[in-house]
Design a binder for this molecule. Structure first.
Ligand code: ZN
Length: 292
């Protein structure tokens, strides 16, 4: 087992690496430190020839509460996803550079890890938390898991990895974004976002069984299958749509910055907390650590 500050790598059995979000006291809120530790863990597992399947799991009561704005935007290492420019520029320009690298850039890297990836989700996954689930190939959810992207309340379109339409379908994506409401695991499975729902106490063993079944197949066939599916998504325009939505997302940040001197609408968190009171499992945003 390798242990980092916010990420833990486990090797539950031959051929399978389990990477664990290990910041439960902050509901696995995503500081730059956590994200780049996660990237390093993915990179290491991808390069390790003994690893055939990668599982992403999380410690604590929730999978992830989203981005951790309090942690700031300083990168703990040189950029890895983009040839970045403007990271030190400040304002809308600096924030755009930060999000292109740290949010969208890392997610695109993780989507294209040349090995099968499986996320096991439990508890709440809020806003930026979805950006750890959606780049994975397969999602297994605990029956009590919930998912939400409430960030239109902050004056932006949705989280920075804008695959909502592929994950949920266009009409459900619009409703989820317009209302900010929480989806149950069952709804997420109905929409096609979740592969399997299992009891929480079976989440780890079920996911490991699935990983074992995949790991028995030749790695190169798996890689080619994954790349073929991802290229189909690209042929549908997903990559261009992501870049387009990222520009609009940062238009929202720039508008808030011009109007309020901060990158999100200041009333956003109040809106989210108020609306969450009427949502299923109404603790949906109690631990929100997300800005966007
Ligand atoms: Zn943002």
């Amino acid at each position: 087992m390798q242990t980092g500050r916010f990420i833990r790598r486990e090797n539950p059995e031959n051929g399978i690496a389990r990477i664990v979000l290990a910041r439960p006291e902050a509901r696995n809120a995503q500081s730059p430190d956590l994200l780049y530790e996660l990237d390093a863990a993915f990179t290491s597992a991808a390069a390790d020839d003994s690893v055939r399947v990668i599982v992403l799991a999380a410690d604590g009561p929730d999978f992830s509460s989203g981005h951790d704005l309090k942690a700031g935007t300083a990168l703990p290492c040189p950029p890895v996803a983009t040839i970045a420019a403007g990271l030190e520029s400040g304002g809308a320009e600096g924030h755009y550079a930060f999000e292109c690298e740290t949010y969208l850039g890392l997610c695109k890297r993780w989507r294209d890890i040349p090995k099968p990836t499986i996320a096991q989700a439990h508890g709440r996954t809020i806003a930026g938390g979805l950006m750890l689930l959606w780049p994975m190939d397969i999602i297994v959810a605990a029956s009590t898991a919930t998912f939400s992207d409430p960030v239109t309340a902050f004056g932006v379109n949705g989280v920075e990895y804008f695959t909502h339409v592929w994950e949920l379908g266009a009409r459900r994506a619009k409703e989820i974004l317009f209302t900010g409401r929480t989806m149950t695991a069952h709804e997420a499975q109905t929409a096609g976002m979740v592969n399997h729902i299992v009891d929480l106490d079976e989440l780890e063993s079920f996911t490991l069984d699935l990983a074992r079944r995949i790991a028995a197949r030749p790695p190169f066939g798996l890689r080619l299958a994954k790349e073929s599916v991802n290229r189909c998504l690209d042929a549908q325009g997903q990559s261009v749509a992501l870049d387009s939505a990222m520009g609009l997302h940062n238009l929202g940040h720039a508008a808030a910055l011009a109007r309020h001197g901060q990158i999100v609408e200041p009333t956003g968190i109040d809106v989210i907390l108020r609306e969450a009171k009427g949502a299923p499992l109404n603790t949906a945003t109690a631990g929100v650590g997300t800005d966007d």
